[in-house]
Design a protein around this ligand. Sequence first.
Ligand SMILES: *Cc1c(COP(=O)(O)O)cnc(C)c1O
Length: 342
Amino acid sequence: MTNNKETIVKDILSKFPRVKLCHQPTALEEMPRLTEVLGGPRLWIKRDDCTGLATGGNKTRKLEFLMAAALEAGADIVVTQGAVQSNHVRQTAAAACKLGLDCYALLERRVAGRNEKYEQTGNVFFDQMFNIEIEFRPPGLDMNDEARQAAEKLRSRGRNAYFIPGGGSNETGALGYVSSAQELLHQLEQTNLNPKLIVLSTGSAGTQAGMVAGFHALGCDIPIMGISVRQSTNIQIDNVYKLAVKTAGLLTDKPLSRNKILVDDGYVGEGYGIPTDGTLEAIKMAAHNEGILLDPVYSGKGMAGIIGQIRNGQINSNGDVVFLHTGGAVSLFAYEDQILAG
Ligand SMILES: *Cc1c(COP(=O)(O)O)cnc(C)c1O
């Protein structure tokens, strides 16, 4: 990668309204003990769990662009949605406080069979600290549609409501992951590192779509593997590809090929928000060997994907692999019993 290319992408990002919410660059660190335990390739971790806002996480990067758009639209309240233990809602609520806006969120009871603590602790507790208004919804609705209707209702009462989709995943939010892609490439260049693979967990698709769009615009060919936390491989490839095309379209005219989107749904288990034995093992391994907190919904499944792919030979022991830590440890409190028992 030449400095020239980097400058071009910087210029492209600089044309979008953006507010500063994020501690960046986030660290790129080696995980020598986990590497040794797994007998795999040299493992690295990019610490987007440490983006700084209200314990951090990947949504903060997206919110730099989304909240700027809300302010440009003259909003006095942002409306969004997520699952009950949504990290996105927590970070949006904190960003709203920091910028002097109100926040209204719909929480979907998407995960069946949790105990009553699940709706009180972790992210829900923090949501309340940020003083947002919450409404719960039963599972299975079109939640973005519900949130759009809630925004409409607020407008009819005279509020200037700005709708932010679940996970902050539209092309504006995905620009946050273009910024992460750019930052990572810069760090790789500085440390003379040429990883063969980037691994991240993928849900509402904006993180992977933004990374892919960023690499595409920068001419970087390192493959990005999304470990699905919810959808089947084909559906998730569709979701990521559609959003990556829209996002890349803001940056470059070069067409983006669908085969750039890699997804593995082999670590979802029973479904969204339900950790598998592999998830629990990954959380323990990262904690015991590296002092790193993963979460039971996203990053634990992502790491379970790396562990599984090393064990089944899909990732051989040569070279370097980077795990993008997207955050989420706040939800550990809602899963305490299961994690301690596991
Ligand atoms: C939202 C989230 C993800 C998934 O990112 P998407 O952009 O929704 O695909 C991964 N990890 C954590 C901790 C998250 O909160």
